[in-house]
Design a protein around this ligand. Structure first.
Ligand SMILES: Nc1ncnc2c1ncn2[C@@H]1O[C@H](COP(=O)(O)OP(=O)(O)O)[C@@H](O)[C@H]1O
Ligand SMILES: [Mg+2]
Length: 611
């Protein structure tokens, strides 16, 4: 026997029900609304169920959460929804216009359980009130479901008041359904708006994920996936994460292909999971009962596929499909925009790289051009200067022999001699610099070349306070080199090193073989203890005519650079780790290839020059 609280009748019941009805009107969504109704009615001592029906079956929208009711329900209604049995099997849910009073609910319950092939637990049945009122609920003038109010003290005379309450509940449900539909439309519109205004730079994956959630929500789906159509491969590729799926299905459908002839590639499909043309087992394994598969296209071209699924036994309708199509196309076009944007960016990047390379080449060309002009000029000048210089030297020698000068005249004549010497040196350097090289690379022992460079440097400028040390590994292999040019480069480096140490010191020349990208290169380092490179010198020292010396020509390092370039090698300089002096490093690859040593580059075509 149930132990519910005493039930009000007449005015008392009317007042209590009216208050609950007011409470119910305030709720907006169906679930809120039936909960408000349920809790209000339970306060009056009722146990109750709110049940809705459609062609396919009935749903228990609300059931008083008492253990015996829940247990009884669980025995015959596994979810919230139950297919409708043979007509009249369940008298509780009725389409009658007027409420009815059942005075033997226990018998009805037993009968219902038997019909469904179960023996009800009698102890549970006994806890349910034996009397109930079943009041039909009407929404938009048609039968929507029923309110089942259970209480042992219910009487025939209460039915009129319960009928009024059911009418109010029906109209509240009508309002809430309208509201819910509006809410969905609003969410869909919001989404369309968001997708439409988001720029191509928006995080389109996050956006699509949100969009997918919204679509699932507004279409009452429990799971959803968005695939984009990859034009290159012809595959459908999962975008971001699937929503709501747990198991193997997602892995299985991360990327797949649909035969273009397959109707699925063209027209939407709303189908029960068991009738799916493919993957039915997988889908059912996820507990999904209904699916909507919607191909997305823009201007007739496939852009993606949106699939939605429900765990509840509610088939997808035309409206669901239409909404999915509209929202899906928006999502897919957002993805397409993002893809185009990335592509445009990539193309722009490529273009920019090519442009930069072109600009560099052009600069290089201009520089070569300038040097070439300079070279020609210098060669002519040097040649012109050489002859008068010869005359000066001859005349000087003759003058000295004839006059045997002393004192001031001797000093002045010597000065003319020294300056003429200097001029001669400049002209020599200049000719070295502008002379086109005929590089002859032959495998050469490196040690003798270095030794002869040290000798030559000593003869030209070294003063007694400068020492030159050489260091070699025990076995230095022969290397493909132009011995004459390598010697010239080393002389220039050693002379510079010595000149950087006006108060004397040590120049160390080390040769080794070091791997560059796995290939053994000959490496020669010329290290001094001198004044070090100024930042300006470090920047410009390889340019011809750059010098910081009173009597310098600024051509030594320019010649070194040309020789190293012609060998396809490289030259670098850096301050010594102890901060004193500089080390110049030249490296040569073990290749017999060379680069043209001519100073004059091939002339660009006139069209290019004028353009
Ligand atoms: N070992 C070095 N230490 C410091 N500065 C150097 C060294 N080698 C070259 N430089 C700088 O680079 C400049 C250019 O050198 P270079 O081309 O040989 O011309 P030059 O020796 O006639 O000045 C020098 O004037 C000097 O400023
Ligand atoms: Mg020099």
């Amino acid at each position: 026997m149930s132990t519910s609280k005493a039930l009000l009748h007449g005015d008392g019941l009317l007042r209590a029900l009216t208050e609950t009805a007011l409470e119910v009107q305030r709720a907006r969504f169906l679930t809120e609304l039936v909960t408000a109704a349920g809790q209000g009615l339970e306060k009056m001592g009722f146990e109750l169920a709110v049940i809705s029906m459609d062609e396919a079956g009935y749903w228990i929208r609300y059931l008083t959460p008492k253990p015996h009711l829940l247990a009884l329900k669980a025995q015959v209604v596994p979810g919230d929804r139950q297919e409708l049995g043979p007509e009249g099997e369940f008298r509780l849910v009725t389409a009658d216009e007027e409420p009815v009073l059942l005075t033997s609910l226990h018998d009805a319950l037993r009968a219902y359980h038997h019909l469904n092939g179960h023996e009800p637990v009698e102890a549970l049945v006994q806890q349910v009130p034996n009397t109930c009122a079943v009041a039909p609920l009407h929404v938009r003038r048609s039968h929507w479901g029923a309110l089942v109010l259970m209480h042992d003290e219910l009487k025939e005379e209460d039915l009129a008041i319960i009928r009024l309450f059911a009418l109010q509940l029906g109209s509240a449900i009508e309002v809430s359904e309208g509201f819910e539909q509006l809410e969905r439309r609003r969410a869909e519109l919001d989404l369309v708006h968001e997708l439409a205004i988001s720029g191509p730079r928006a995080d389109s994956r996050a956006l699509c994920r949100r969009a997918l959630e919204t679509v699932c929500r507004t279409s009452d789906s429990d799971a959803g996936m968005l695939h984009r159509f990859d034009v290159d491969s012809g595959d459908y590729v999962l975008v971001g994460d699937a929503f709501g799926y747990q198991g193997r299905l997602v892995d299985e459908y991360r990327r797949f292909r649909i035969d273009p002839e397959n109707p699925l590639a063209r027209s939407p499909l709303a189908v029960a999971a068991k009738d799916l043309p493919y993957g039915a087992d997988l889908v059912r394994g996820e507990g999904l009962l209904h699916m909507a598969v919607v191909p997305l296209a823009i201007e007739g071209k496939p852009v993606g596929l949106l699939s939605l699924a429900r765990t509840r036994d509610v088939p997808y309708g035309d409206h669901d499909i239409r909404s999915a199509e509209i929202l899906g196309v928006q999502m897919a076009s957002q993805l397409e925009r993002a893809r185009l944007y990335d592509e445009a960016n990539r193309l722009y990047g490529d273009l920019k790289t090519s442009y930069d390379a072109l600009a560099r080449t052009q600069q290089e060309l201009v520089r070569h051009e300038r040097l070439a002009a300079l070279g020609e000029l210098a060669a002519v000048m040097a040649h012109e200067v050489r002859n008068p210089l010869g005359v000066i030297f001859n005349s000087l020698t003759t003058l000295k022999r004839l006059l045997r000068p002393t004192g001031d005249s001797e000093m002045l004549l010597n000065m003319v001699g020294e300056e003429a010497d200097r001029l001669n040196r400049i002209v020599g350097d200049l000719l070295d610099f502008v002379r086109p090289y005929e590089l002859v690379k032959k495998p050469m022992a490196v040690e003798p070349i270095i030794a002869s460079a040290v000798d030559a440097a000593a003869q030209s400028t070294l003063h007694s306070s400068v020492r030159v040390l050489t260091e070699f590994p025990r076995e230095l292999p022969a290397f493909p080199l132009d011995a004459h040019l390598l010697k010239q480069a080393l002389v220039n480096l050693i002379v510079n090193a010595a000149q950087a140490m006006p108060r004397g010191g040590t120049v160390t020349v080390r040769a080794t073989v070091e791997p560059v990208a796995g290939v053994p290169w000959l490496t020669v380092r010329v290290q001094d203890e001198g004044v070090g490179l100024t930042p300006r010198a470090a920047e410009k020292m390889f340019q011809p005519f750059f010098t910081t010396k009173a009597t310098g020509t600024g051509l030594g390092l320019a010649v070194v650079k040309r020789i190293v370039d012609a060998h396809l090698g490289e030259v670098t300089a850096r301050a010594n780790p102890n901060g004193e002096g500089t080390t110049f490093t030249v490296r040569f690859p073990p290749t017999t290839e060379t680069r043209s040593g001519a100073l004059t580059p091939p002339r660009p075509s006139p069209a290019f020059r004028n353009g």
